[in-house]
Design a protein around this ligand. Structure first.
Ligand code: UDP
Length: 453
């Protein structure tokens, strides 16, 4: 009887774009779907799977190829070549995987794919499988790109501000960087815009945001795309509840006992956490300014400096002391959930942003490129839970500016106000994913359609 019900459970492939910031929310969604009784297989690009620290053995995993099995983007001569070949080889190898699974009695009912892999929908349709596009950026950013793709917003955006439905007025510094400078990464921009080439044909469009966070743009977007549903934050609810001891969500995240232990020994709200995510690279001058700001500030700091960035640290900078700790990677959710952390200096990647707001941590925004500029605008002007550190004419945030922002955040009345706002967003995020909340209802609806197949 039991084996019959297992055999009948809907089988869903989850196919993330091969970058840490895209894989994390997909893994979180995977956990939720499994919890709801959906049979799930994670599909990774072969080159990316080699970078994974650890894939839990409990997750069924399969592989496809992008034609660059050793190094992915880094192996390709250019982004243009990578995107062309990965689409072509991906289409072929995903088709072969679906056939293999079918032959082994594991036929696929639905593919949840990162919206950046729009070609997956064509494969799904060819096999008569349902397709759910998963937007891992927020609705504001998606809406801006959607307008460009549909020819309703002309680029490059040089001088003029932009006013779009449900969004605040955006100056050129606030729109995704590729739209002001579409010459530097033309292939990347084309690829990003391509996520909206066939989105109307997807059976579902899921987004890692929540209704209460982006109500106006959500209202507008669902009129255009009636299949759009907000399901975020995808962060496991146990993090929002701080029931961290229940955590079995190791996945891509390196467990660092060291930094949690170090935080345990610090006072409540006394630590500034700094991270620029998995991709952003800073120049040596900027790294030096950050190092001096942290050294001269009155607070403790936990700074993530990836191995590839370590050589840019000032030579004499101490990596572990009473005041500060530098690590190459940390379990960010656990760090943000830790009561010692008082503020987060961030590059404003969407995952970092939604993680911080869901855990009630105010931010100092230092956006670098892509959607981070728009997220910074939201953090400061819409969510009102952060400051943007001003950069000079060379684009460098100087030590004094950063030090002042951290001080304002950690020590002033204004900082307290932003912390209060952050906690308010945390409450709303928690409600959205709690039973009966807006995101919870949307996931339940998605799952029940799957289970009815
Ligand atoms: N992250 C982490 N440990 C770190 C730094 C980052 O676990 O030391 C995670 C973080 O929680 C987030 C992701 O990596 O889920 C980074 O995604 P984001 O969108 O913020 O930035 P990206 O890396 O895509 O630029």
């Amino acid at each position: 009887m039991e084996s019959e019900s297992v055999a009948k459970a809907a089988h869903c492939l989850l196919l993330p774009f091969p970058c840490q910031g895209h894989v994390n929310p997909m893994l979180q969604l995977l956990k939720r779907l499994e919890h709801e009784g959906v049979r799930v297989t994670l599909v990774l690009h072969r080159f990316f799977s080699k970078k994974f620290h650890k894939i839990p053995t409990s997750i069924a995993t399969e592989y496809i190829s992008d034609g660059f099995d050793n190094g992915g983007f880094e192996e390709a001569e250019s982004y243009k070549i990578y995107f062309q070949r990965s689409r072509q080889v991906g289409t072929q190898t995903l088709g072969e995987l679906i056939e293999k699974l079918y032959r082994s009695g594991n036929s696929v009912d639905c593919i949840v794919y990162d919206s950046h892999l729009s070609w997956v929908l064509d494969v799904a349709k060819r096999f008569g499988i349902l397709g759910a596009s998963f937007l891992t950026q927020n609705l504001a950013v998606d809406s801006i790109y959607y307008h460009v793709k549909k020819g309703k917003l002309q680029i490059p955006l040089l001088e003029q501000s932009v006013l779009l439905p449900g969004l605040p007025l955006l100056a050129p510094k606030d729109v995704p960087s590729f739209l002001c400078d579409n010459e530097s990464y033309p292939a990347m921009l084309d690829y990003i815009l391509d996520q909206f080439s066939n989105i109307e044909d997807a059976d579902w469009v899921l987004c890692n945001s929540f209704y209460e966070l982006e109500t106006d743009v959500a209202e507008w977007f669902t009129k255009i795309l009636p299949k759009l549903r907000t399901i975020g934050p995808t962060i496991p609810s146990m993090f929002l509840d701080k029931r961290l001891e229940d955590d079995d969500y190791g996945c891509a995240l390196l467990k660092s006992e060291e930094c949690i232990k170090w935080l345990d020994e610090r006072k409540k709200g006394s630590v500034c956490y700094i991270s620029f995510g998995s991709m952003a690279t800073l120049n040596e001058e900027q790294m030096g300014e950050i190092a001096c700001a942290l050294r001269d500030s009155d607070c403790c700091f936990l700074w993530v400096v990836r191995t590839t960035e370590e050589c840019k640290l000032p030579k004499d900078f101490v990596k572990k002391s009473e005041k500060g700790l530098i690590v190459t990677w940390c379990p960010q959710l656990q760090v943000l959930a830790h009561e010692a952390v008082g503020c987060f200096v961030t590059h404003c990647g969407w995952n970092s942003t939604i993680e911080a707001l869901s855990l009630g941590v105010p931010m100092v925004a230092m956006p670098q490129w892509t959607d981070q500029t728009t997220n910074a605008k939201y953090i400061t002007d819409v969510l009102k839970m952060g400051l943007r550190a001003p950069a000079d004419e060379k684009g460098i945030v100087r030590r004094e500016s950063l030090k002042n922002c951290i001080k304002e955040m950690m020590e002033t009345e204004n900082g307290k106000e932003m912390k209060k706002n952050a906690l308010n967003w945390k409450t709303l995020a928690t409600k959205a994913v709690d039973e009966g909340g807006s995101s919870d209802r949307n996931i339940t609806e998605f799952v029940s359609t799957l289970l009815d197949i």
